[in-house]
Design a protein around this ligand. Structure first.
Ligand SMILES: *Cc1c(COP(=O)(O)O)cnc(C)c1O
Length: 473
């Protein structure tokens, strides 16, 4: 494709992008495709000869779009959002155009230095205590793995990196039963084995029980197992439960255990001074992760990882083959040594665009609206017969279920709520997902999409009541 053709198609694509975002509510939120629908429409092999871009773009619209779930639709309430925003999209266009691989300072000094600044901006916006250094990772899963590996090396004086695990060495990693699955994945990848993971019971608010954590640590110590790391969650994936960080931090300090905080979703809430209570205890934390790519209007992927012992992090991952040696080594941050992959995208640019476009106050306004909408929705559910809120709502995730009069059997209720959810999602008008809390199937409504308004929430609520009313019990 020559420059002239590129320019022509780029202009057309930008028009399509603007139309897409403007008319996104006309698309079904969850894709209506069935398994194999898209696969069958794609040629079995790559074409021998180049094809016309007009045809490629036409196929994108005809084949790909029907197979997309529209995450930027304001009635997307599933999982946690991967919200985006126009300034973020514009930055991603520039990033893609420059196509830089930002593994070390020299391969794009602006990427490394802007990243350092953006991590400082975020830390200040969130009121993070002094002493943390930040780096962008691809996902929270990777950041947590990085934390576990750094804890492993620091605790063993970098011996496992050097010689591998020794016979008879046993370690334990702790988290709550509501912790995200990425912790188990990290523990497996880091070589500890799933049996080293202690899933601690939770209380009635689905937060880690400190008494259970204490006894688990004590019993490990008594049997010669070394407690290595605790992963505390601020804003669990199921119900945004908040683990008791100050008490956990005290235990970790007492036993010299690495404390990692997973606030992948809820971390954005710290931008609001009135929500900082959730993060009490952060001054004693070793590492911390949150995802601007969830609830900070920045395209996936963009994870902010903060660590206190920067030297331990770098010593864990540093590698310096001859072909990567540069004259600036030692004076600059070469982020390839701050995580797992060598290659890195230029992710700081979209953060810069987003934070400057909205300003901190503009971001606060959006977050406050989302939280207020969720609080109002929870209040509505509480005051409506036949619906119940199933977990505390500290932020903007509401876990609830339909409980028709006279139905008490848990299996029956689970079945009815699963049916209700499927009917709702199949309608294409909204998309919610579910979780299980104490065996109960609950609908999870996350109100965090960039452009969601009170009208959108009201509309979903009407749909839910209508579907429930039409269902036979
Ligand atoms: C979403 C989430 C994760 C995983 O995030 P990725 O960036 O997709 O790896 C981890 N922990 C919590 C609490 C989450 O909500």
């Amino acid at each position: 494709m020559d420059h002239k053709t590129f320019r022509k198609h780029a202009h057309k694509l930008v028009d399509w992008m603007a139309d897409y975002l403007e008319n996104i509510e006309e698309y079904p939120v969850r894709s209506q495709s069935s398994p194999g629908d898209i696969y069958r429409q794609i040629e079995a092999a790559a074409p021998e000869n180049g094809q016309d871009f007009e045809q490629i773009f036409a196929d994108f619209k005809d084949i790909i779009i029907p197979g997309m779930t529209h995450w930027q639709h304001p009635s997307f309430h599933a999982y946690f959002p991967a919200n985006s925003s126009p300034p973020s999209v514009l930055a991603e266009m520039l990033t893609a155009t420059m196509g830089a691989q930002c593994m070390i300072w020299q391969t794009s000094p602006a990427a490394a230095e802007l990243e350092a600044r953006m991590m400082e901006w975020l830390a200040a916006m969130k009121g993070l205590p002094e002493g943390f250094t930040g780096v962008i990772q691809d996902t929270a899963s990777t950041a947590t793995l990085v934390a576990i590996l750094t804890a492993r090396e620091k605790l063993t004086d970098f011996a496992i990196n050097q010689s591998g695990f020794q016979d008879g060495q046993r370690f334990a990693i702790y988290c709550s039963r509501q912790t995200h699955s990425s912790i188990e994945k990290g523990v497996k990848i880091a070589g500890f084995g799933r049996e080293s993971l202690r899933a601690i019971d939770v209380d009635e608010a689905f937060a880690l029980r400190i008494d259970k954590l204490r006894s688990a640590i004590e019993s490990d110590l008594a049997s010669g197992v070394k407690p290595l790391c605790v992963v505390a969650t601020i804003g669990s994936t199921g119900s945004t439960a908040i683990d008791p960080l100050p008490a956990i931090a005290e235990l970790c300090e007492q036993h010299d255990i690495w404390l990692h905080v997973d606030a992948a979703y809820a971390g954005s809430a710290a931008v609001l001074p009135e929500m900082r209570w959730m993060f009490a205890g952060m001054e004693k934390v070793d590492s911390y992760v949150f995802n601007p790519h969830k609830w900070l209007f920045t395209n996936f992927d963009c994870t902010a990882y903060y660590v206190r012992d920067q030297e331990a992090l770098i010593r864990t991952f540093e590698i310096l083959p001859e072909y990567l040696k540069t004259r600036e080594g030692g004076q600059v941050d070469n982020y390839r040594d701050w995580g797992i992959p060598l290659g890195r995208r230029f992710r700081a640019l979209k953060l810069w665009f987003v934070l400057r476009s909205y300003g901190v106050e503009g971001i606060r306004e959006k977050l406050r609206l989302h939280i207020a909408l969720a609080q109002a929705f929870a209040a509505t559910l509480t005051s409506t017969a036949e619906f119940e809120v199933m977990a505390p709502v500290p932020l903007n995730t509401v876990c609830f279920r339909w409980k028709p009069a006279g139905v008490d059997d848990i299996e029956k209720l689970n079945h009815l709520n699963a049916e209700l959810l499927e009917t709702l999602n199949q309608s294409g008008k909204a998309y919610l997902t579910h979780t299980k809390l104490n065996g109960a199937y609950v609908l999870r409504m996350v109100i965090g999409q960039t452009n969601v308004t009170a009208e959108h929430v009201e509309h979903v609520w009407e749909l839910i009541r209508k579907i429930a009313a039409d269902m036979s019990v």
